[in-house]
Design a binder for this molecule. Sequence first.
Ligand code: AMP
Ligand code: GLY
Length: 426
Amino acid sequence: MNIMVVGGGGREHAIIKKLRKSKNVDKIYALPGNGGIAADAECIDIGAKDIDAIVDFAKNNNIDFAVVAPDDPLVLGAVDALEAIGIPAFGPKKNAAIIEGSKIFSKNLMKKYGIPTAAYEVFEDMNSALAYLDNAPIPTVIKADGLALGKGVVIAMTRDEAKAAVRSMMEEKMFGESGSKIVIEEFLEGPEVSVLSFTDGKIVVPMVSSMDHKRALDGDKGLNTGGMGTIAPNPVYTKEIADRCMNEIFLPTIKAMNEEGREFRGCLYFGLMITKDGPKVIEYNCRFGDPETQVVLPLLESDLLDIMIKTSKGELSESDVKFSDGAAACVVVASEGYPGSYDKGYEITLPENLSDTEIYVAGAQLKDGKLVNSGGRVLGVSSTAATLEEALKKAYAGAEKVCFKNAFYRRDIGAKAMKILMEGKN
Ligand code: AMP
Ligand code: GLY
């Protein structure tokens, strides 16, 4: 089969590398892909948001199946547009992708169907939001309604910070129209878990759980980033919590979307916080997480293409989704300065022959045949092993051997998880 993967980051590289192991895959195109993905797929210079060009490409190149990975094209209706010309695609339709595309939609959905989440208020007018903050409990959380490249959330530790965040979203339009409406919500505390799941609107099959490390620097210091590393499985996510999540969150969400006439087929990502009152939803994403995918898919033992096709057809129950019992760790190597400004164009040397390790390239391009950094998060080194400790050792050994000027990575990916595992043993 000819497969087209829309997107061009580390997540897409992990999807493509896994798809290459599927028995029915002949050719893979990546739109736009990147300099590292070019080793595993033919990269086509079409942006992930250019829906018309994506559809034209699929029509003219005998594409049998499409995988739409990023949030933007899903929210813009890429899957609807592909299916309209008879090309099956993995990912939710526009009317279901709204679960990520609008925080107001997802918060109202949870309230209506009793799905546990932080208490919240919606504001469409800045002065009402500012007035509300005069008496709101602090800390508080301010969220832009629409997509904001993962940056539309501010945890405000003071009233002034909260008001400044509201002004920058609603007055200064820091995120454009995405911030013209906002959600102000209760600050929750507890460890976080990411659970990606396959769902065809009928059943939900959770993948192995994972933990992201969002801050730029060790000890969860520095600015929020797209994610500096991940581990799987997440030790916080015990069997007991998993059962509660299935009954209190996953199944009720699928049912709620069906009742709203918005059946969700694709990968539904549950961003959860395990509070003292039980698991609560922090966010839904309508897609695979990045860099969660870089630890989840390496542990998948089943045929990814087969699962994706069955998910898109509503036949997920016929699919056999198996994960290994081992662990995985991904260390993201970034350009010094990220998530602020950084220099580009430095040549990257990649280590070879690493065991049980894959390098997923996110922000790099080919220049005169050489790989050079072009993004903040340049690549992820992902390793699998029987235990998390070994997986971390391998991933760090790989990260040390990646060479480019101004490269940096966190030294404490997985440290929190290891601590929980050690405490569990004592
Ligand atoms: P999001 O983009 O919605 O994933 O939010 C980014 C991060 O902000 C999350 O991973 C949490 O660490 C934090 N966060 C979001 N909502 C809340 C909340 N209600 N209480 C505490 N932390 C939150
Ligand atoms: N790693 C968080 C996300 O993909 O949104």
